[in-house]
Design a protein around this ligand. Structure first.
Ligand SMILES: Cc1cc2nc3c(=O)[nH]c(=O)nc-3n(C[C@H](O)[C@H](O)[C@H](O)COP(=O)(O)OP(=O)(O)OC[C@H]3O[C@@H](n4cnc5c(N)ncnc54)[C@H](O)[C@@H]3O)c2cc1C
Ligand SMILES: NC(=O)C1=CN([C@@H]2O[C@H](COP(=O)(O)OP(=O)(O)OC[C@H]3O[C@@H](n4cnc5c(N)ncnc54)[C@H](OP(=O)(O)O)[C@@H]3O)[C@@H](O)[C@H]2O)C=CC1
Ligand SMILES: CC(C)=CCC[C@@H](C)[C@H]1CC[C@@]2(C)C3=C(CC[C@]12C)[C@@]1(C)CC[C@H](O)C(C)(C)[C@@H]1CC3
Length: 510
C-alpha cells in the first residue's frame, strides 16, 4: 500500500492488515459461506419460503405498529447491522432509530412464463445468479459484487454492463411490496400506485420497508463471448465505447477499464451456448486464475508491445457476472498485497474474497483514518457525451487507475433521476477506487470539486460512497419533486423516516 503513515503503530496496522485477514477473516468467511449456501439451498429446495413470506411480512407490520402505538419520538430504519452492508461507511442513524427487523432472505418464485423472479430484499446477487443459472435464466442486470442485496439495490441503485440495454436495477423491477409507516402492506407497479413505484428507487428506505420485489429475468446461455479491444488514445477509446453503447444493435455487455489517462481496454460481450473457433475458454471464476482486471491489463500490454489483434475469450456466464468479486474490483490489492500471486492463488485462492462485512467489522480506526485521508471510492454518473471531459477532470483531481467505465440507460420516467429529453438518455458510470496520486489531492476539497463538476454536467453520484454535498446541492443533483409529493401523501411517513439526505450525507456516516 502506498499510503503514508504518521506513526510506527499505524504503519504496522496498515501494512500487516493482511495477517488478520488471512489468519482470522478468511476462515470465518469460509464458515459463513458454507452455512449460508447450505441454508439457501435447503430453503429453496423445500420450497418453504413462499408459505413463510406472509408470516414474516406480518412480523414487520407488528414492529411498525408497535412504534405507531408508542410515543414515536424515534425514527425507523432496518435492523440490518451497518457493518453487514456494502456501503463504505457505518450509518450513525442506526443507533438512534428504532430498528425494524426485515429478515427476509429467500427467493420466492421463479415464473418462467412471465420471465420474472419474485424475491425478498435480503437475497443477494450471488444467491440469485446461482438459483437462476440451472433454469437457464439470469437477471437482466446483475450488479457484479455478489454480496449486494436486492433491497439495497432497489432502495439505492444498481448498475452493470448490460445496463446500456436494460437500464439501472430499478428499471428491471416490475413490482414492489412494502410495509408502510402506518403499518399497512401495499404493492405498487407502473399501473398501480405509480407515484410510489417511481419514487422508491434511490429513496434509501425513507418511504417504507421493502418486503418483496418482482424482477425481470432474461434467457441465459452458457458463456459470454468477450472481445477485448485495446486503445492507447482516450478520444478513440471514448468514441468506440460511446458508439457501442448507443448502437441500435449493441453487444449485450459493454465495459471498459482505463489503466492510464490514455490507455485502456473496451470489452464487448454476448451470451453464447458454444465455444467458437475464434477464442479459448477462460474460466475466470476458478480459484487459481489471475484477478480479472490483471488479465485485462495483460491484453493491453500485449497490444502496446505490438500484437494488435483483438482478443476473444469465452467465459462461463456466472464467472463473467462475478468477474470483479474475487478482487473486489482492485480494492483487495491494498488489503492482501500478494492476493494475486500464483502460489497464494493456488493454495488459498478459493477462500477469497474475505466477506466485505467482516472486513468492515474488523477495520481498525487507523485504517479508517487513512482511508479518509488517502483513498477515494466514488462512482460518478455523467451523460455519456461528457465521458472524455470527465476522465480528464478525474485525472486532474484524483489520478487513480484502473478506472471502471460502464454505460447505462436512464429511462425518462418520473422519479429522482432527470433526463434531458426523449425516452431515455445514455450515461456512463465512472468508478474510481484506490489511492489518489494527483498532486494536491485533498479528500474533501477534491471530492467537492468533482461533485460540482458532476452537477454542472447534469450527472449524479452513487450514494453507497461518501457524499460531501450540502442539502441544497443534493436536491439539485436529485429531483425531489415526486419524492416530496409522495412523502406528503403517505400517513406517518415524515414522522417515521428522515429525508434521503438525512441517511446518506457524510455527517451521519462514520
Ligand atoms: C468449502 C468450500 C470449498 C471450496 N473448494 C474449492 C476447490 O477445491 N476448488 C475451487 O475451484 N473452488 C473451491 N471453492 C470455491 C468455489 O467453488 C468457487 O468460488 C465457486 O465460484 C463458488 O460458487 P458457489 O456458488 O458455491 O459459492 P458462492 O457462495 O456463490 O461464492 C463463494 C464466493 O466466491 C465468489 N464467487 C462465486 N462465484 C464466482 C464466480 N463465478 N466467479 C468469481 N467469484 C465467484 C463469491 O463472490 C463468493 O464470495 C470452495 C468453496 C467452498 C465454500
Ligand atoms: N454494481 C453496483 O451497482 C453496486 C452498487 N452498490 C451500492 O451498494 C448499496 C447496496 O448495498 P447493500 O448492502 O445491498 O444494501 P444496504 O443494506 O447498504 O442498503 C442500502 C439502503 O437501502 C435501504 N434498504 C435495504 N433494504 C431495505 C428494505 N427491505 N426496506 C427498506 N429499506 C431498505 C437501507 O435502509 P436502512 O439504512 O434503513 O438499512 C439503506 O438505506 C446500494 O446503495 C448500491 O447502490 C455498491 C457496489 C456496486
Ligand atoms: C457501481 C460499482 C461497480 C461499485 C463498486 C464498488 C466497490 C468498489 C465498493 C463497494 C463496497 C466497497 C465500498 C468497500 C471497500 C472497497 C470498495 C468497495 C468494494 C472496502 C473493502 C475497502 C477497505 C475498507 O477497509 C472497507 C473494508 C471498509 C471497505 C468495505 C466496502
Amino acid at each position: 500500500m502506498t499510503i503514508q503513515t504518521d506513526t510506527f503503530a499505524e504503519y504496522v496496522i496498515v501494512e500487516y492488515r493482511w495477517l488478520i485477514v488471512i489468519v482470522a477473516l478468511l476462515p470465518i468467511s469460509l464458515l459463513w459461506k458454507v452455512w449460508s449456501t447450505f441454508r439457501n439451498w435447503l430453503v429453496f429446495k423445500l420450497n418453504s419460503a413462499p408459505r413463510m413470506h406472509d408470516k414474516k411480512v406480518k412480523d414487520v407490520q407488528r414492529q411498525v405498529k408497535e412504534w405507531l402505538a408508542g410515543d414515536r419520538n424515534t425514527r425507523l430504519c432496518t435492523a440490518r447491522p451497518t457493518w453487514q452492508t456494502m456501503s463504505f461507511r457505518h450509518g450513525l442513524y442506526k443507533k438512534t432509530s428504532t430498528n425494524i427487523s426485515v429478515n427476509l432472505v429467500d427467493v420466492l418464485e421463479v415464473d418462467t412464463k412471465n420471465m420474472t423472479v419474485r424475491c425478498e430484499p435480503l437475497v443477494t446477487m450471488g444467491q440469485l445468479s446461482r438459483t437462476l443459472e440451472p433454469l437457464g435464466l439470469a437477471l437482466a442486470v446483475v450488479p457484479e459484487l455478489d454480496q449486494l442485496t436486492v433491497g439495497g439495490l432497489v432502495m439505492g441503485t444498481g448498475v452493470e454492463t448490460s445496463s446500456h440495454i436494460h437500464g439501472l436495477f430499478q428499471h428491471i423491477c416490475l413490482q414492489y411490496e412494502l410495509v408502510m409507516a402506518d403499518g399497512s402492506v401495499i404493492t405498487c407497479s407502473k399501473d398501480e400506485r405509480a407515484d410510489l413505484f417511481y419514487a422508491v428507487p434511490w429513496s434509501y428506505g425513507t418511504l417504507g420497508f421493502l418486503t418483496s420485489v418482482v424482477i425481470k429475468v432474461v434467457p441465459a446461455k452458457k458463456y459470454v463471448r468477450l472481445q477485448y479491444e485495446s486503445y492507447t488514445n482516450l478520444p478513440e477509446l471514448a468514441a468506440r465505447f460511446s458508439k457501442e453503447s448507443l448502437s441500435k444493435e449493441p453487444h449485450q455487455f459493454v465495459e471498459a477499464l482505463l489503466f492510464t489517462k490514455d490507455t485502456g481496454v473496451v470489452m464487448t460481450g454476448d451470451m453464447v451456448d458454444e465455444i467458437g473457433m475464434d477464442g479459448k475458454l477462460n474460466s475466470i471464476g476458478k480459484w487459481y486464475t489471475e484477478w480479472f482486471y490483471k488479465q485485462v491489463e495483460r491484453h493491453l500490454k500485449r497490444y502496446t508491445a505490438g500484437d494488435r489483434q483483438p482478443v476473444v475469450e469465452y467465459i462461463p456466464l456466472r464467472d463473467y457476472y462475478h468477474r470483479h468479486t474475487r478482487s473486489l474490483f482492485w480494492e483487495l490489492q491494498d488489503i492482501v498485497p500478494f492476493g494475486n500471486n500464483i502460489i497464494f492463488r493456488v493454495l488459498f485462492g478459493w477462500l477469497m474474497p474475505p466477506e466485505v462485512s467482516l472486513l468492515k467489522l474488523t477495520q481498525p480506526k487507523t485504517v479508517t483514518k487513512l482511508y479518509d485521508r488517502a483513498h477515494i471510492i466514488q462512482d460518478m454518473l455523467v451523460p455519456i457525451d461528457r465521458l472524455e471531459k470527465a476522465v480528464l477532470k478525474f485525472h486532474e483531481e484524483f489520478e487513480v487507475y484502473p478506472i471502471w467505465l460502464c454505460p447505462f440507460k436512464v429511462l425518462n420516467q418520473p422519479g429522482q433521476l432527470r433526463v434531458k429529453s426523449g425516452d431515455w438518455q445514455m450515461f456512463v458510470d465512472i468508478g474510481v477506487y484506490g489511492v489518489p496520486k494527483a498532486k494536491g489531492y485533498e479528500t474533501v476539497a477534491s471530492t467537492r470539486r468533482i461533485e460540482s463538476f458532476v452537477v454542472q454536467n447534469d450527472g449524479f453520484q452513487m450514494l453507497y460512497a461518501d457524499t460531501y454535498t450540502t442539502l441544497e446541492e443534493f436536491r439539485q443533483m436529485f429531483d425531489h419533486t415526486l419524492y416530496d409529493k409522495v412523502r406528503d401523501s403517505l400517513p406517518f411517513c415524515k414522522e417515521a423516516f428522515p429525508e434521503i439526505y438525512g441517511k446518506v450525507n457524510r455527517t451521519v456516516r462514520k
